[in-house]
Design a protein around this ligand. Structure first.
Ligand code: FEO
Ligand code: CA
Ligand code: CA
Ligand code: CA
Length: 551
């Protein structure tokens, strides 16, 4: 950002510095070209998923208190809030053809845990969104745990709020048990929130009901996370919006498939063990020449959860108030209750519990959709194995794909198959339980997470495995691979530094430049001295001959 303070290697930057510096843990990302010189000039929007202890000199400070409570220094809490969210960064090729950041750009922007958001859709102003700090239920401070993302046909960015439950605590056991919007999402119960104990310095993260406060204090604050966030990167002064019609999940992504008639589906994974694949179908079509019409398209439509049948057929189950299982007798007061507890609604509708659905990628020609099911050690124990999730104690994951009826994104029926089961090759030399054997043709990988198609239909796969696990000895560090959807052959493209996940992928329109993110590297990366504080890093990839990457 303009006048951003320089990064200090000893982590001594203040929280006010952090408000103007890039956040931590870069994840999903997209390049938005300018209309003029689209292959030389654009805005890179990057999610900052969470924060590492390396954000602070000496690491994170926690002081234990009574009854499992924990206290944090306010300076650390504020720095962590400031290191969450999004970055918008203008980049351009210089006269030598090298990509550079434009430091003094008016487009450069940080969205953080403090940034005001508008609420739109069915839950705007709803009593269940009201808190002591926001009695009108119309404004939320911040976006958290933005993992993957999506892009709309009208050129806005969709950041998704994934593991928001870890930021909140409800200390009232009885209240918690009555509140599906806490319980079903695993909001912290007891002394302290799981991740960072922010509640000690920022009361809104304490979701324990307070009888003497308006709207019971901040008991509804967790309801204000888990949404799709829409941001127009070309309008730096605009207020980003949380789109409640799309439902509330541990949402990984929101990836658009655009039909011939302008109707759309936005596909989402809910990345937790045994959670679901969803799609949101806006009521209206995209109209290229009507920006005002497009600006409210994500405020009304139908949310569906996926059912994968053993015979290779599938159905999208509408999560619509009044459908069987979604009535007042079932505990859903209205459509707002269905959206707030989309997981519970999908349970009731009979959706198929999946092996941690992460990114979705839509084939640019066929509209076939691929979802990475990253792993699920509960499979076979908590959820029985099934056709779509066939491996018990699934440590390596699989990629599943579906074809909507008539290649129509709004169809309610589809066909599906498993594209690849990741993991070790059969009869590998290591002694591996058979349930970990995969069927990869080509280079081995585990725990597919990020995924995207390039315009030629090559599927790029980015992995997020725990490489320290013994069963990873034949696979190694996380990596990026490229797969052929026709032959299913998979080839390694790059390998990340130790400790890192490879995530985030985007291209210049001509695909001669590709950007990826190295998230939470465990060594001094990007420095190679073995001493420097490791930093999540956006990496630019180009070919020496300037050609299309992967061609
Ligand atoms: Fe943040 Fe599901 O990965
Ligand atoms: Ca992910
Ligand atoms: Ca992951
Ligand atoms: Ca991650």
């Amino acid at each position: 950002m303009p006048e951003a303070p320089a990064w200090r290697d000893d982590a001594s930057n203040s929280w006010q510095d952090q408000l103007r510096q890039a956040g931590d843990n870069h994840d999903g990302m997209h390049f938005f070209p300018f209309a003029e010189n689209p292959n030389r000039h654009g805005l890179l929007v990057i999610n900052h998923e969470y924060v590492n202890p390396t954000l602070h000199t000496g690491g994170m400070t926690f002081v234990d208190g009574p009854n499992g409570t924990r206290t944090r220094p306010a300076e650390q809490v504020h720095k962590e809030l400031a290191a969450h969210g999004l970055s918008v960064i203008e980049i351009a090729k210089d006269p030598d053809g090298q990509w550079q950041r434009v430091a003094k750009s008016p487009f450069n922007r940080r969205v953080t845990g403090f940034t005001p958001f508008r609420i739109s859709g069915p839950l705007a102003g709803d009593p269940r969104m009201k808190t002591a700090s926001n009695p009108d239920g119309d404004e939320i401070l911040g976006t958290l745990n933005n993992c993957s993302m999506g892009v709309t046909p009208w050129g806005t960015y969709l950041a998704c709020e994934e593991n928001f439950h870890n930021y909140f605590v409800n200390r009232d056991e009885q209240d918690y048990a009555r509140r599906p919007e806490h319980q079903r999402y695993g909001i912290g119960l007891g002394g302290s929130s799981r991740y960072y104990a922010w509640e000690s310095a920022e009361p809104r993260f304490n979701a324990t009901p307070q009888a003497d406060q308006p709207h019971l204090g901040h008991v509804n604050e967790p309801n204000r996370f888990g949404w799709v966030v829409e941001l127009d990167p070309f309008a730096p002064g605009s207020t980003p919006t949380k789109r409640t019609a799309m439902g509330r999940l541990g949402r990984e992504c929101a990836v658009c498939s655009l039909g011939d008639d302008g109707r759309m589906a936005f596909y989402s994974g809910d990345d937790a063990r045994g959670e679901y694949v969803y799609k949101f179908v806006p009521a209206g079509p995209y109209r290229p020449d009507e920006p005002e019409h497009n600006a409210s398209l994500l405020d009304s439509g139908t949310l569906y959860a996926a059912q994968f049948n053993a015979d290779g057929s599938g159905r999208w189950l509408p999560l619509r108030f009044g459908e069987p299982g979604l009535t007042t007798q079932d505990g859903f007061a209205d459509q707002q209750a269905v959206l707030l507890n989309s997981r519970g609604a999908a349970d009731a509708a009979g959706a198929t519990p999946m092996d941690r659905p992460e990114w979705v990628a839509v084939h640019p020609q066929t509209r076939e959709a691929y979802v990475s099911l990253t792993n699920n050690t509960d499979r076979g124990r908590v959820q029985p194995t099934d056709a779509a999730n066939p491996r018990a104690e699934n440590v390596h994951g699989q990629i599943l794909r579906w074809r909507e009826a008539g290649a129509n994104p709004t169809a309610e029926e589809f066909e599906w198959d498993i594209f690849v089961i990741a993991g070790e090759r059969q009869n590998a030399e290591q002694s591996i339980p058979t349930n970990r054997v995969g069927n990869i043709s080509g280079d081995l990988f585990s725990s597919p997470d990020g995924m995207a198609f390039d315009s030629a239909g090559r599927l790029w796969i980015l992995t997020d495995a725990d490489e320290t696990a013994p069963y990873m000895s034949t696979i190694g560090s996380n990596q990026m691979l490229c797969a052929d959807p026709l032959t299913r052959e998979v080839r390694r493209f790059l390998v990340g530094p130790w400790g890192a996940e490879i995530t985030g992928i985007t291209w210049s329109p001509d695909e001669t430049a590709m950007w990826i993110n190295v998230q939470h590297p465990g060594i001094s990366y990007p420095a190679s001295d073995g001493r420097s504080r490791p930093r999540s890093t956006t990496v630019l990839i180009t070919r020496e001959d300037g050609g299309v990457i992967g061609s």
